[in-house]
Design a protein. Structure first.
Length: 94
């Protein structure tokens, strides 16, 4: 959520700023989706997104999500296109 909020704050221009959050249970999985508007280009190395904040104190949020998902045998998917960044997480409930 912090990343989504900060991306909206940094967004330049007249484009609409938004954050959409959905959480629910689907077939014994906790499903969480966070979509937010973004400004500028996102940085990637392979399948990993890198922080665009430019300070050493940032850039750990996505890694933490990945580690939690791995620990609980979940799934993470991230996508971006046309000024929108989406993170989806699925964690087993059993």
């Amino acid at each position: 959520m912090d990343n989504a909020i900060e991306a909206c704050v940094r967004q330049q221009g007249g484009a609409e700023r938004f954050i959409r959050v959905y959480a629910g249970i689907h077939k014994e999985l906790l499903y969480i989706s966070v979509a937010n508007s973004t400004g500028g280009e996102l940085r990637r190395v392979g399948q990993s997104y890198l922080s665009t904040k430019g300070t050493p104190a940032h850039g750990f949020g996505l890694v933490r999500i990945d580690r939690i998902s791995e620990k609980y045998k979940g799934f993470v998917d991230r996508q971006h296109e046309d000024g929108v960044f989406v993170t989806e997480v699925m964690l087993p409930l059993t």
